[in-house]
Design a protein around this ligand. Structure first.
Ligand SMILES: Nc1nc2c(ncn2[C@@H]2O[C@H](COP(=O)(O)OP(=O)(O)OP(=O)(O)O)[C@@H](O)[C@H]2O)c(=O)[nH]1
Ligand SMILES: [Mg+2]
Length: 297
C-alpha cells in the first residue's frame, strides 16, 4: 500500500525592526511583490498575507510593520497590527540586519512566542564574513531554534531558511488555492504601488506623511482600466515637493506606478493622481479610516 506523501501548511509571522528586509523576504518566497519595499523605515503599515505554495508545503507569511515606538495614531495602529500578527501562527521569523543587529530586547517580541522561532540575519551581501561571524556567535545563546544568515537580495541561503521553516509546519491542508498569493484586494495593492513609488522618489520628511486613497477603479474596456487616487501629505510645502517643477515629480511617480499596476492588472492603465494636504492626518481617526488603517474585528 502506497502512503500518500504528507502535505504541510501553516502561518509564519515575520517580525523585526523597520527597514531590515521583512517584506523583501516575504516577496522572495511568494515569488511576486505582494508587499511594497523601499529604503524608508516604516514602509509596511498593515499586516498582510503572502502565500507561498510548493509541491509539499504551503507557508502563509504574515508581513508586519517594523517594530518601533509609535508617535502617531497611525504608528499605534501599526504596532497593534504587528501584535495581532502574532496570534495563532505556527512559527515566527524575526528578521535583523547583518550590518546592525537588533538589540535582544526587541528580539523578545519573537522569543516570548510559544512556537518555533527563527532568526534571519539579512543583507549578508553588505557585510564581510569576518564581520558576520562574531555577530552570529553572539546571537546563538538567545533562544532561537534556528539562526540563518541570508540575503533576500541575492537569494543567498534563502533555500536553507525555507527548508527549516517548511519542516516546522504542521501536517495539514492548503489554506489558500495555488493561485492566491495574498489576502489583499486589488484596490489595496494598487494604492500601495502608488505609495511605494512616492516613497522611493521623495526624500527627507515627506514620505512618512504620505497616504494613498483610492477614489475609483473602473474597467473601461477589456484592455483599459481607469484609476483615480488621492495622494495625501501633511503640509503645503510637501505638496509642492510631491508635484515637483511643472508637475515633473508627480508625473514620475505616476508613470512608475502605472507600469507596475499594468503588470498587476494585465490591462493598460490610465492613472490620475491628485495631491491633497491633510494636516496631521496620521493622528486623525477619520482620515485613518478613509485610508484603510482600521483594525478588522
Ligand atoms: N543589500 C540588501 N538590501 C536589502 C536586502 N533585503 C532588503 N533590502 C533592502 O532594504 C530596504 C528595506 O526593505 P523592506 O523589505 O522594505 O524592509 P522591511 O523590513 O519590510 O521595512 P518596513 O516595512 O519599513 O518595516 C529596501 O531598500 C530593500 O531593497 C538584502 O538582502 N540586501
Ligand atoms: Mg515592510
Amino acid at each position: 500500500m502506497n502512503e500518500k506523501p504528507s502535505f504541510r501548511s501553516g502561518f509564519v509571522a515575520i517580525l523585526g525592526a523597520p527597514n531590515v528586509g521583512k517584506s523583501t523576504i516575504m516577496n522572495h518566497f511568494v515569488g511576486e511583490k505582494v508587499s511594497i519595499v523601499s529604503n524608508r523605515p516604516q514602509t509596511t503599515r498593515t499586516k498582510l498575507l503572502g502565500v507561498a505554495t510548493r509541491e509539499d508545503v504551503q507557508i502563509v507569511f504574515v508581513d508586519t510593520p517594523g517594530l518601533h515606538r509609535p508617535r502617531t495614531k497611525l504608528g499605534e495602529y501599526m504596532m497593534q497590527a504587528a501584535r495581532d500578527a502574532q496570534e495563532g501562527v505556527d512559527a515566527v521569523l524575526f528578521v535583523t540586519d547583518a550590518q546592525r543587529v537588533s538589540p535582544p530586547e526587541l528580539m523578545q517580541e519573537a522569543l516570548k512566542m510559544n512556537c518555533p522561532r527563527f532568526l534571519a540575519v539579512n543583507k549578508t551581501d553588505l557585510v564581510t564574513p569576518e564581520a558576520l561571524m562574531p555577530q552570529l556567535a553572539n546571537l546563538s545563546g538567545l533562544g532561537f531554534d534556528e539562526i540563518v544568515s541570508v540575503s533576500a537580495r541575492t537569494g543567498e541561503n534563502m533555500d536553507v531558511l525555507w527548508r527549516l521553516m517548511a519542516g516546522a509546519m504542521p501536517e495539514g491542508q492548503k489554506y489558500f488555492p495555488d493561485d492566491m498569493i495574498t489576502d489583499q484586494p486589488e484596490q489595496f495593492l494598487v494604492a500601495e504601488i502608488v505609495r511605494e513609488k512616492a516613497l522611493r522618489s521623495l526624500s527627507e520628511e515627506v514620505p512618512h506623511g504620505i497616504g494613498v486613497e483610492m477614489l475609483s477603479m473602473k474597467k473601461l474596456s477589456e484592455n483599459l482600466t481607469e484609476i483615480h487616487a488621492n495622494v495625501y501629505c501633511e503640509k503645503e510645502s510637501h505638496k509642492s515637493i510631491i508635484i515637483g517643477k511643472h508637475g515633473s515629480m508627480l508625473k514620475k511617480i505616476g508613470s512608475e506606478a502605472r507600469a507596475d499596476i499594468e503588470r498587476l492588472l494585465g490591462t493598460k492603465v490610465m492613472l490620475q493622481l491628485w495631491v491633497k494636504v491633510r494636516e496631521d492626518w496620521r493622528n486623525r481617526s477619520g482620515d485613518l479610516k478613509t485610508l484603510g488603517y482600521v483594525r478588522e474585528e
